[in-house]
Ligand binder design. Structure first.
Ligand code: GUN
Length: 293
């Protein structure tokens, strides 16, 4: 088998087009959707991510503001600033780039965000809504994966999906979204015994561990759909995923590349969430627009 790549860049471009259309409709109705991004400290990778998020907003016709705060910003100042943004009617989405420098308490910071502006979907309110299967802001990366599967006509209902990774940002919400969509889900992680025996059962295999090329072809079921959420930098500066593309592409039926797979989807879904927040604030949103399939 030679897996057909899933072109995340092209799917994200489709979604970006929809985002721009919805943003224009909002502007005509007198609301410019706005995203406020907070970055604390000077982690170079975080700075690049934040810049790309702001650029994507501008391209779709949204306002975006990047608030760069010093690494020694006290917790109370950061929380006070978030409260100020909560009360600002021109701000429809608030994103605090993670990880935060020590000793900031990221959970307490996230809980300070108004759930109606929590476009990352990290607030307990939105996490709870996802568990129950209610419409909410869903975390951008796993929601982007669901949109990719939907776009490619891959019906997950009844499939066995194996998620490798149990992070709060990707692995756990990914598993919940797949369960909500009717898949049978197994979650594996660093303590899982005989990982390969489990990954080989996945009709869909999602790798979100943050270890370069750890999923090899002999760990994949023939014909599986393989989604690579990892972005790892190799010593030579090149990017690679958690999946060993060359060996897995010989076994799988579909595979997402890195770069150009899940990455562009994350940003497209962030803009979609911000537009949705603005639509709700303007009273023109249908709840089902955030529902998964
Ligand atoms: N850091 C890595 N991924 C993310 C994300 O999706 N949202 C935020 N806020 N920070 C991140």
């Amino acid at each position: 088998m030679n897996a057909r790549p899933i072109d995340g860049k092209a799917i994200a471009a489709d979604i970006a087009g929809e985002n721009a259309f919805r943003a224009a409709r909002l502007r005509d109705a007198g609301t410019v959707p706005g995203l406020a991004v907070i970055i604390v400290g000077d982690d170079p990778a975080s700075r690049i991510y934040v810049r790309n998020k702001a650029l994507a907003c501008e391209k779709a016709g949204l306002n975006s503001w990047v608030h760069a705060l010093p690494a020694n910003t006290p917790q109370e100042r950061l929380v006070g600033f978030i409260r100020q943004l909560n009360g600002d009617p021109t701000v429809h989405g608030i994103l605090v780039q993670l990880p935060l420098p020590r000793p900031l308490d990221s959970r307490a910071v996230i809980e300070a965000i108004d759930p109606a502006k929590d476009v990352d979907g990290f607030h307990y309110h939105n996490v709870g809504a996802l568990v129950v299967g209610e419409p909410a802001f869903y975390p951008c990366t796993p929601w982007g994966v669901m949109k990719m599967l939907e776009h490619e006509g891959i019906a997950v209902e009844g499939m066995h999906a194996v998620v490798v990774g149990r992070s709060t940002i990707v692995g756990k919400p990914m598993a919940l979204m797949l369960v909500n969509a009717g898949a049978t889900v197994t979650v594996c992680h660093s303590k899982t015994r005989d990982l390969a025996a489990i990954t080989r059962q996945g009709d869909i295999l999602v790798a979100a561990v943050g270890r370069a090329r750890m999923i090899r072809g002999d760990m994949v079921k023939p014909g599986a759909v393989v989604i690579d959420v990892g972005i790892n930098r190799l010593p030579d500066g090149k990017l690679c995923g958690d999946v060993d593309y060359a060996s897995v592409a010989r076994v799988a039926s579909r595979i997402t590349p890195v770069p150009g797979g899940v990455g562009p989807m994350t940003i497209a879904m962030l803009v979609a969430n911000t537009v949705h927040g603005a639509e709700k604030a303007a009273g023109i949103a249908a709840d089902r627009e955030t529902r998964i399939a």
